[in-house]
Design a protein around this ligand. Structure first.
Ligand code: NAP
Ligand code: G4F
Length: 346
């Protein structure tokens, strides 16, 4: 049988890069859709040394005919819809754009699948943000949703659209409800990478302090490499359903900062409360971290922790990287980038 063709939307993002690598290793023909930008968005694919192995198609998710045209041309066997305005913070200031891309974009793509390539298998990047103000701890596939941001609302629209297209038209489409996953390829606007890069800059150049928002929010953080493997497994099973993908452990933002500081050899002392809280370096008394209300969100997701039992049972999937290892890997990569003056992602 000829190699399968996978179409990945959002190939220039963190997950797009790791998923491409995984699928190439499995012998897929990988086609990545990219939108036009004024800069070079392929640094992650270059980092993983797979840029030359990928074919590209120009696709903007807000354009109907463009989406249909790409599907007609590529005729993919599997489609991974990873493209989104994925930064929760920006979704509060750009709610309509976020909805156009993250919600209606997924619908547009599913309409294309239904009418152009109805036998293709379709993966939708759903998110633990849909649980928002959590109604159950830990969160499972059965936990009711209660999104707390325009991004969460948009993703929930896309999520239910997938359910509807599966039930109404019999499409082979499913969603991974993925909890936060990180890596050295994470965007620098997200808390974990902002922290590992900030710590590396402080440790090597004395730059700081790192300004952050809510220290008390809890997240279930895993490694992106593990999570793209779960995406692929979901499309290989006969039973078409949605899965929670998580580690089952949760930590605060403060814990993450402490782990990153410790990986840089820095011990922190916290003082003050709320907006006046600071972390100083024990050895020098210098301020390393300060709280800046600008990074608070109008409504927050306080606690996320997923139960990945179904994925373990039905997909034989388990996370392989512990948070401590993930933080160490991210810090090491950012230390190297800062010391060589080559910070990817700018
Ligand atoms: P990411 O790094 O922010 O990547 C997002 C991708 O979407 C980029 O390739 C971006 O292209 C593309 N994109 C944005 N707007 C677009 C548009 N209008 N038309 C076409 N492409 C567009 O996100 P990620 O961390 O890899 O996450 C992948 C997916 O999983 C996203 O849908 C995200 O919402 C979801 N998710 C992520 C997590 C997580 O913790 N990482 C957890 C749950 C769900 P540019 O490079 O041009 O910006
Ligand atoms: O790293 P974050 O920006 O990720 P968030 O909001 O949890 O969203 C990520 O995970 C979702 C899955 O649950 C994805 F669907 C979504 O696409 C994205 O990948 O923020 C994590 C936490 C939040 O509680 C935020 O309020 O960190 C808190 N935080 C505190 N200070 C900060 C900061 N977040 C950012 N980005 N920057 C700060 O300075």
């Amino acid at each position: 049988m000829a190699n399968k063709t996978a179409l990945i939307t959002g190939i220039t993002g963190q997950d797009g890069a790791y998923l491409s690598k995984l699928l190439l290793e499995k012998g897929y023909r990988v086609v990545g859709s990219m939108r036009r930008t004024s800069g070079i968005g392929t640094w992650r694919l270059r980092d993983l040394q797979i840029l030359d192995d990928i074919e590209f198609a120009s696709m903007e998710l807000t354009e109907d005919s463009n989406v249909r045209g790409v599907l007609e041309k590529i005729k993919p066997d599997e489609i991974y819809n990873l493209a989104a305005q994925s930064f929760v913070g920006d979704s509060f200031t750009q709610p309509i754009y976020t909805t156009q891309v993250t919600a209606v974009g997924a619908l547009r793509l599913l309409e294309g699948v239904r009418t152009v390539v109805p036998t293709a298998k379709f993966y939708q990047a759903s998110t633990s943000e849909m649980f928002g103000k959590v109604q159950q701890v830990p969160q499972t596939e059965e936990t009711p949703f209660y999104p707390r941001s325009p991004y969460g609302v948009a993703k929930l629209f896309a999520h239910w659209t997938v359910v509807n297209y599966r039930e109404a038209y019999g499409l082979h489409c499913c969603s991974g409800i993925l909890f936060n996953h990180e890596s050295p390829l994470r965007g620098i606007e997200f808390l974990p990478r902002k922290v590992t890069l900030g710590m590396a800059k402080y440790a090597l150049r004395g730059e700081g302090p790192l300004r952050v928002g809510n220290l008390e929010a809890k997240r279930d953080w895993g490694h992106a490499r593990d999570y793209v493997d779960a995406m692929w497994r979901m499309l290989q099973t006969a039973s078409v359903t949605d899965f929670v993908v998580a580690t089952g452990r949760t930590h605060t933002v403060r814990d993450f900062i402490e782990m990153a500081a410790s990986a840089c050899g820095i011990a922190l002392d916290w003082q003050g409360t709320g907006h006046n809280e600071l972390a100083t370096e024990r050895a020098t008394g210098k301020v390393v971290v300060s709280v800046d209300p600008a990074f608070y969100r109008p409504s927050e997701v306080d606690l996320l922790v997923g139960d990945p039992s179904l994925a373990k049972e039905a997909l034989d999937w388990s996370p392989t990287v512990r948070l401590e290892e993930l933080v160490a890997e991210m810090v090491e990569a950012d230390m190297q980038r800062v010391s060589s003056n080559h910070v990817s992602g700018f």
